[in-house]
Design a protein around this ligand. Sequence first.
Ligand SMILES: [Zn+2]
Length: 266
Amino acid sequence: MTSASLHQSVQAADAVVVITGAGISLASGIPTFRGSDPGAVWATDITVLGTRRYFEQDPVGSWAWYLDRFGGLLRHEPNPAHHALVALERWAVARGRAFLLITQNVDCLHEAAGSTAMVKVHGTADRARCVAPNCAGAAPAGSLAMTAVDFSAFTAAPVAENLPRCPRCGALVRPHVLWFDEHYTDHLDYQIERAQRALQRARLTIFVGTSFSVGITEMALQTALQRGQGIYSIDPVSRPPHPAVSWIARPSEEILPELAALLMAS
Ligand SMILES: [Zn+2]
């Protein structure tokens, strides 16, 4: 499959959903954590350490691990694949077509590139939230900017008395991300209902840089198969799990700019 066939499919679809995973951020220098790239050294520990259970057992260890793995994410820049998805969104909106980007990534590269019709279904690395049930900074609707939380003492000495605390109520804060033992419905920011509506309505679903290993990709794939949608997967390595998925086995930072150029020329 090529960007030309993808272009034809986009032209023909009045509703498009794009689902991105870690692969789209690889060219921005963020390791996928699951694949075979050099940064994927902790592929086995994320499903143990990236859990609410671990945070509740050992908040010091949880925050130390999280900041070590994710603290540097906000230093990275969008790559041509992120920018091309902004072009696709603008192309679709200008033609009155439905478009939604659903990202599994907690980095902020889609927003930095300029995407606006998007759902961060696994949360976001630039926010935290309070664990006290009735605080305005807590689930199901509240969150706190990471910059509003004082990490200085914890960074200097990661011990229990230095754990980061809610500036509103003083309770512990936690990362504003979906952990492996949690549910998409746990926080309104994950916007799972909006994502599901868009998936139901789509005529074309495009997977980008995802290994189909988490709940949202399985949900999206099953919806697309049941509804007979066009389905593409752009990923240089991972073969899609179903023969109905058209596989473009090249990096998204090459394919998506090609698609954007074809759309601009048409
Ligand atoms: Zn609070």
